[in-house]
Design a protein around this ligand. Structure first.
Ligand code: PLP
Length: 384
C-alpha cells in the first residue's frame, strides 16, 4: 500500500481483499459448527485439514474471524477475540490470568456484574479483590499487595463516569509485572485506545456501540498475541464464543461505527451542555464537559465521547421523578445502551424523601434538538 489508509477505510477493507463468493459485498455467514478434512489421513495427521485450518466453530469461524481482524485493527492490538457477550469476554479474560492466592485491584464503579464476578465468585477460588475509586494513580499504588496480579480498569466507569489515568496506571503495573485490563465499551476504539496507552487487554461489550442496533449480544478481548492465546484457550474451555450470525452482525455494525460515534459525540455533548444549564439539575456527569473534575485527563486520553452520561437532580420525591419520566415521549426506560434509541434510568440517592435522584441518560441517534425539546417539556416535573 502506497499510503496509510484511514481507520474508516481500513475498517471496511481489512479481511475483504479477496472478493466474497458471487461478488457479494457483505461477508458470507459461515453457519457451520464443523469443518471437515478431505481424508482421515490428513485429519489424523493434522495436516491439510482445509485451507484455513478451521476445525470447529467453538475454536474459530471465518465470519467471526473477520470481525476479530477488524477489531484488532481498530484497537491497534496484535489480535482480538469475540465472545457471546461482554460478560463472557470479561470473565474469560479475568479467569485466564488469575490463580488461587492472587490479588486483584478493581475500580469500584466498574460495571456491577464485573464487580460481582470478582467479589463473590472469584472469592470462592481464593482470589482476593480490593475496590478503589481509582481517580488518582496514587490510590492504585496504595492498594498494591505483594500478590497483586491484575488491575481492572473501566474508564469512564459505569453510572458516575470517573476516569483512570490509563498511561500512568499501566506504567505502574508494568514495572511490577501486573496485568492491566480496561473495559473500553463507552469510548469505543474510535475515541480511546487503551492498548496504545500501555494497557495489556482491552475489553468490550460489543452489545453496545460496536453492534450499534440493540440486536446483538457480543463481547471482545483485544491485546498482545501471547495474551490472546491464553484467553483463546479459556474461551474454548468455557465455551462463551460468538456464533457466526453474531459475527456477521458485528461486522455490519463496525461498518458504520465511525459515523455513528461522530454523531454520538456531538449529540451527547449538546444534550449534556443543555441539561447542565437547567435549574432542576444539580450536576451533569459527562467527561466532555469542562465542569467534569477529570476533563483535562479526558482530553488527554480520549479523542471524543460516548453519549451515555448521568445527571443529578436537586432533592425531589419519587412522584416528581416518575412524572418527569412519564412526560418524556422520545426516551424509553431500559438498562442497555449503544443502539439507535434514547434511554433513561433513575434512582433515588437516599432513603428519605425528598432525595436527590441520579438519572442515567443515553442519547441515541434521533435529532438532538427533538430530544432537548422533549426533556424541556418534561423538566418542570422535577421542580417539587
Ligand atoms: C460498561 C459495560 N461493560 C460490560 C457490559 C457487559 O456486556 P454484555 O451485556 O454484553 O454482557 C456492560 C453491559 O451493560 C457494560 O455497560
Amino acid at each position: 500500500m502506497e499510503h496509510e489508509l484511514s481507520l474508516e477505510t481500513l475498517l471496511q477493507h481489512l479481511g475483504e481483499e479477496t472478493p466474497f463468493p458471487y461478488g457479494a459485498v457483505t461477508p458470507p455467514i459461515v453457519q457451520t459448527t464443523l469443518f471437515t478434512a478431505p481424508s482421515l489421513r490428513l485429519r489424523t495427521e493434522q495436516k491439510g485439514l482445509n485451507d484455513a485450518g478451521y476445525v470447529y466453530t467453538r475454536e474459530s469461524n471465518p465470519t467471526v474471524r473477520l470481525a476479530e481482524q477488524k477489531l484488532a485493527a481498530l484497537e491497534g492490538t496484535e489480535d482480538a477475540l469475540c465472545f457471546a457477550s461482554g460478560m463472557a469476554a470479561i470473565a474469560s479474560a479475568i479467569l485466564a490470568f488469575t490463580r488461587t492466592g492472587d490479588h486483584v485491584i478493581c475500580v469500584e464503579s466498574a460495571y456491577p456484574p464485573t464487580r460481582m464476578l470478582l467479589e463473590s465468585w472469584l472469592a470462592r477460588y481464593g482470589v482476593q479483590v480490593s475496590f478503589i475509586e481509582g481517580k488518582c494513580t496514587e490510590e492504585f499504588e496504595r492498594a498494591l499487595q505483594p500478590n497483586t496480579r491484575m488491575i481492572y480498569l473501566e474508564s469512564p466507569s459505569s453510572m458516575v463516569f470517573h476516569l483512570q489515568d490509563l498511561r500512568a496506571v499501566s506504567e505502574l503495573a508494568r514495572a511490577r509485572g501486573i496485568l492491566t485490563l480496561c473495559d473500553n465499551s463507552w469510548a469505543t476504539p474510535i475515541f480511546q485506545n487503551p492498548y496504545a496507552l500501555g494497557v495489556d487487554l482491552v475489553l468490550h461489550s460489543a452489545s453496545k456501540y460496536l453492534g450499534g442496533h440493540s440486536d446483538l449480544l457480543a463481547g471482545v478481548v483485544a491485546g498482545r498475541r501471547e495474551h490472546i492465546e491464553q484467553v483463546r484457550e479459556t474461551r474454548s474451555l468455557l465455551g462463551g464464543v460468538l456464533e457466526p450470525f453474531g459475527g456477521w452482525l458485528l461486522v455490519r455494525g463496525l461498518r458504520t461505527l465511525p459515523v455513528r460515534m461522530e454523531r454520538a459525540h456531538a449529540s451527547g455533548l449538546q444534550v449534556a451542555e443543555w441539561l447542565a444549564a437547567q435549574p432542576p439539575i444539580a450536576r451533569v456527569n459527562h467527561p466532555g464537559l469542562p465542569s467534569h473534575p477529570q476533563h483535562a485527563l479526558a482530553r488527554q486520553q480520549m479523542r471524543g465521547y460516548g453519549s451515555l452520561f448521568s445527571f443529578e437532580t436537586r432533592p425531589i420525591t419519587a412522584e416528581n421523578a416518575y412524572a418527569f419520566a412519564d412526560r418524556l415521549r422520545l426516551f424509553r426506560f431500559g438498562c442497555s445502551w449503544g443502539g439507535y434509541e434514547s434511554l433513561l434510568l433513575g434512582w433515588a440517592q437516599g432513603e428519605s424523601e425528598p432525595a436527590p435522584w441520579l438519572f442515567r441518560i443515553y442519547i441515541g441517534l434521533e435529532n438532538p434538538s427533538d430530544l432537548i425539546r422533549d426533556l424541556q417539556d418534561a423538566l418542570p416535573a422535577l421542580t417539587p
